[in-house]
Design a protein around this ligand. Structure first.
Ligand code: GRG
Length: 292
């Protein structure tokens, strides 16, 4: 379990420094300071940086160096994640005043600015992938395509659409649980899956190995959400929030969590068989950390 914790402690500062520098580059030399400040605020508020760290962990697990190209690739995921949080907090969406323990972007700068910050962060993510230094163009294109698919109309944004529709539904428990499972897959797991896939595409791995990374991270992403629900079980009940765990019950949720752990571990085991250079220890440690 400590291996991924150590990895986080080592690379979180480098991820943050890369994010900070990229804002300045993307905004350009003539950008107003207030605009740079808004983008920096949205990206640099305290967070785990789990998505970039997962992409970096994949790269590290194949013995490759965490260099500026790897960091640029990985941080593109945080640009998408940050945009989704900024837009999710808007008055027209969840209307949250606080995010990551600080004022949300719309609460601090106003909703119109928050829309624009999210727009720029989303576009910026693709610019980062398309300009990764010293990376073959076919790998850049594959990464752009993957991130667009996982973040867009059939991925994370669809998760939000389904979630919004879900609030108005009168379905029974079983149907609701199925919808929520779909929401979790799209809203949470798809971007984590993109992180692992991007790591594999950055390395130029065979499709079969990239698929196994996707399998691992898809299960990890769902586990991440179910664990979050399990941790918040009592608080959600008090606040009237209906999570998947409430719908299926504690026992079944715990069974599901175990199945997801097993599925993720099986993907890592297959990858170990398929790839001589792959060391599964770091990704196993992340799985243990999320599943603890
Ligand atoms: C496109 C508007 C729009 C929304 C997309 C991602 C999303 C849907 C909304 C954000 C809110 C939310 C609760 C999403 C579920 C994913 C999730 C658990 C986000 C929190 O991720 P962490 O725990 O957060 O990694 P930090 O702050 O550590 O980065």
């Amino acid at each position: 379990m400590t291996k991924f914790k150590d990895f986080m402690a080592t690379y979180q500062p480098q991820v943050n420094e890369t994010l900070r520098a990229e804002v300045v580059t993307q905004a350009g030399p003539t950008a107003p300071q207030t605009w740079v400040a808004m983008l920096t605020y949205a990206l640099l508020t305290p967070g785990k940086r789990l998505r970039p760290l997962l992409a970096l962990a994949v790269i590290d697990s194949f013995g490759e160096e965490i260099n500026p190209s790897a960091l640029q690739t990985a941080t593109a995921l945080e640009w998408i994640h940050a945009y989704s949080l900024v837009h999710d907090d808007l008055p027209a969406m969840d209307n949250d005043t606080y995010r990551r323990g600080q004022l949300s972007v719309h609460a601090l700068y106003g909703p119109a600015s928050a829309v624009l910050v999210g727009d720029a962060l989303q576009a910026g993510a693709f610019s980062l992938l398309a300009t990764v230094p010293d990376l073959k163009a076919d790998r850049q294109v594959a990464m752009v395509q993957t991130l667009a698919t996982k973040a867009g109309a059939r991925g994370m944004v669809l998760g939000q659409v389904l979630d919004m529709a879900n609030h108005d539904t009168n379905e029974d428990q079983v149907a609701l649980a199925a919808v929520l499972d779909q929401v979790y897959q799209k809203k949470t797991a798809d971007l984590l899956q993109a992180a692992a896939l991007l790591g594999g595409q950055y390395l130029g791995l065979a499709h079969t190995s990239i698929d196994l990374l996707g399998e691992y991270a898809g299960a990890l992403g769902l586990l991440f959400q179910i664990k979050d629900d399990l941790d918040d079980y009592d608080q959600d009940a008090r606040e009237g929030v209906v999570s998947l765990v409430h719908l299926v019950g504690l026992d079944q949720a715990q069974d599901l969590a175990q199945q997801l752990k097993d599925r993720a571990q099986a993907a890592l085991d297959q990858l170990t068989q398929a790839e001589m250079n792959f060391d599964s220890e770091l990704l196993t440690s992340l799985l243990a950390q999320i599943g603890a």
